[in-house]
Design a protein around this ligand. Structure first.
Ligand code: A3P
Length: 320
């Protein structure tokens, strides 16, 4: 069987090697264009494996994001919501493990050169993905799994991504990416999971067409009214807060546990590493602010991104 799996992934590797490619712009050696989106070659094999082998359940809960749009945050929130009766807040797994270790990314952590047996996991299973809506495995749509998409304004997301990539590149002793060159690529759509706008739009449209199954929330909204949106998320995934829980302050406790302040100051996130990699957990926590882009982008750059957003998204009613 092992040989079989090896052969299967050899096939995926072959497929990926024939896709349009860009070299060396990321901390990965290569990124490729698969079904309209740019993905690291190694992760693309995982995406194909997910499409071919992942069997969704109706009870599955999926956090979906563009990179640097709130992945760490939504992982922590979903985990805390679903498991709130299992763990006391003061002795919670989120205090000793990075959220990425508790909620795996399907294509990166699970289908990385293997076909994992996910049938053994009890329901509800919580996963995360960067796969675009249009490339999700069919069973995830058919089964009616619930998908929570977190989107972020492209200006802050770009600045966050640039910092993140350079942090990881430094670990690999690669030179930092030039800000202006990286910006050009981002505008052209050549960024991890990009084009950034197309990624968000896919989930936006799905949230309008299938509101019971796809919830679209903005990072900025979550910042502005965390109580409201945490309750919305809990309700949506089938774990609404009871009035008793609300009275006892459970909503605030979860928000505090999953906050940038709490998570970024934990020992595990200050000195730990992303499991199986040389990269520090700390790379996932920078400022956690809205609007930091103004410290890095010129007014021309801001105008340019705003214009792309308007051209691509406003016709669909998506304001980012
Ligand atoms: P900044 O670089 O702007 O600070 P992702 O989790 O998708 O990789 O995104 C990382 C971004 O989310 C970083 O943004 C990071 O600081 C921020 N972030 C991480 N954890 C967060 C949390 N618990 N609450 C709010 N923002 C968080």
């Amino acid at each position: 069987e092992e040989e079989n799996i090896e052969r299967t992934f050899q096939g995926y590797k072959q497929l990926v090697s024939n896709l349009p490619n860009e070299e060396g712009s990321e901390f990965f050696d290569q990124i490729c264009l698969y079904q309209g989106f740019w993905i690291a070659d190694v992760h693309c094999q995982g995406v194909i494996a997910v499409q071919n082998h992942f069997k969704a359940r109706s009870t599955d809960i999926i956090g979906a994001t563009n990179p640097k749009s709130g992945t760490t945050w939504i992982k922590a929130l979903l985990f805390a919501i679903v498991n709130r009766s299992k763990y006391p807040i003061n002795n919670h797994p989120l205090l000793s493990e990075n959220p990425h270790g508790l909620v795996p990314c399907i294509e990166i952590d699970l289908y990385n050169g293997r076909i994992p047996d996910l049938e053994i996991l009890p329901s509800p299973r919580i996963f995360q993905t960067h796969i675009s809506y249009t490339s999700l495995p069919q069973s995830m749509i058919d089964s009616g799994s619930r998908i929570v998409y977190i989107s972020r304004n492209p200006k802050d997301a770009f600045v966050s991504l640039w910092h993140f990539k350079n942090k990881l590149r430094a670990v690999l002793s690669k030179p930092p990416l030039t800000f202006t060159e990286d910006f050009e690529k981002f505008c052209k759509g050549v960024s991890l999971s990009g084009p950034f706008w197309d990624h968000a739009l896919g989930y936006w449209k799905a949230s309008l067409e299938r509101p019971q199954h796809v919830l679209f929330i903005k990072y900025e909204e979550l910042h502005e009214d965390p109580v409201l949106h945490l309750k919305r998320i809990a309700q949506f995934v089938g774990y609404p807060f009871s009035s008793e829980e609300e009275k006892e302050g459970m909503v605030d406790e979860i928000l505090k546990l999953c906050s940038f302040e709490t998570l970024s100051n934990l020992k595990v996130n200050k000195i730990g590493k992303i499991v199986g990699t040389p990269f520090p957990n700390e790379a996932f926590f920078r400022k956690g602010m809205v609007g930091d882009c103004t410290n890095y982008l010129t007014s021309e750059m801001i105008e340019r991104l705003d214009q792309i957003t308007e051209e691509k998204c406003h016709g669909y009613g998506l304001i980012m």
